[in-house]
Design a protein around this ligand. Structure first.
Ligand SMILES: [Zn+2]
Length: 313
């Protein structure tokens, strides 16, 4: 629903790959390179599999001709990644790139080592809300044996064990979405796009809409099958019906802050209480307004879509 945005994504993916290969022996990496070439195509190897972008994951899924049982070990590697106690996964240099091999002589710059595990993966992505629902928060705390946040496998690891540790297959999500998705497959990959063209819409039912949530309906549908499938998988339509109280507040604000009152406030307070008109609009709608910021707060796509429909922003 919300696209995952991070300007350091490529570096984070590289860190992930290096941490995993640092854990594996050279002999094992060679073994996996040969296996992957055989099961996918000669142009692929472990590095390409772990760093495959969403469109490459689709391609790899299509061309796979091996035995998926052979890749079940990748699920074990994922468990290592998840566990705080498996220290061999932690050995990244302090710049995240120069690898300090376990037991090897480390130069001064490499002595301060950076931990790497699934907790760090989620932390570095710096996501505040679940990309699938924009309702649940990503609450990431380190525990003695792992972390509090969830990671969903975009392509389920039971069906596609060969993607179990691929960076772009690992999606931080809320508990509810992770549970609802389970083995279901969805098509809109949060590293590629969100629901930019699908908006929440109001349907006024009767004159009580100014003071009652029963006076209006909330609709969240699209003409696009992929989006509808995702709305259905995560029960987003039902889920958001529980938040009609927020919409009611926006409807009331729209009535209070009409154009003449907004102009009055601007004349009186521009430059003192708020910087400009955009700042006032931000204040009225209750938060962020730009597209790249809607993932920062829960329910903000809902607030943004309805605020736009009501011309609050
Ligand atoms: Zn969620």
């Amino acid at each position: 629903m919300i696209k995952i945005q991070n300007e350091h994504l490529e570096n984070l993916a590289q860190n992930h790959y290096r941490a995993i290969t640092n854990y594996l022996s050279i002999k094992k990496i060679e073994k996996w390179n040969a296996q992957i070439k055989k099961d996918f195509s000669s142009e692929y190897n472990l590095e390409k599999l772990l760093l495959a972008k969403p469109h490459e994951l689709r391609e790899l899924k299509r061309i796979f001709k091996g035995n998926k049982e052979d890749y079940k070990i990748f699920k074990t590697y994922y468990n290592y990644l998840n566990s705080y106690i498996n220290t061999k996964f932690f050995l990244l240099g302090n710049d995240g790139f120069s690898l300090a091999k376990f037991g090897a002589e480390a130069s001064d710059s490499e002595t301060k080592r950076v931990d790497y595990n699934a907790y760090k993966l989620v932390k570095d992505l710096n996501i505040s809300t679940c990309p699938y629902c924009n309702r649940g928060t990503i609450y990431n705390l380190q525990k003695s044996k792992g972390r509090t946040s969830e990671i969903d496998h975009f392509y389920p690891k039971e069906k596609y064990p060969y993607f179990a540790i691929s960076f772009y297959n690992l999606i931080p999500s809320c508990k509810v979405c992770n549970k609802l998705k389970m083995e279901n497959e969805i098509e809109i990959h949060p590293y590629e796009r969100g629901f930019e063209n699908t908006n929440f819409k109001l349907k006024i039912k009767d004159s009580t809409f100014y003071h009652s949530v029963n006076g209006f309906d909330l609709e969240f549908k699209s003409e696009d099958k992929k989006t509808d499938n995702q709305i259905e998988t995560f029960k987003l339509d039902d889920l958001y019906q529980n938040h009609k109280d927020i919409i009611l507040e926006l409807i009331q604000k729209e009535a209070i802050y009409n154009e003449s009152y907004s102009d009055e406030l601007l004349t009186q307070y521009e430059g003192t209480l708020f910087k400009n008109k955009e700042d006032l609009q931000r204040l009225i709608s209750g938060g962020y307004v730009s597209d790249d910021e809607i993932g920062k707060r829960p329910l903000f796509k809902l607030v943004k879509d309805i605020s736009e429909e009501l011309r609050l922003i």
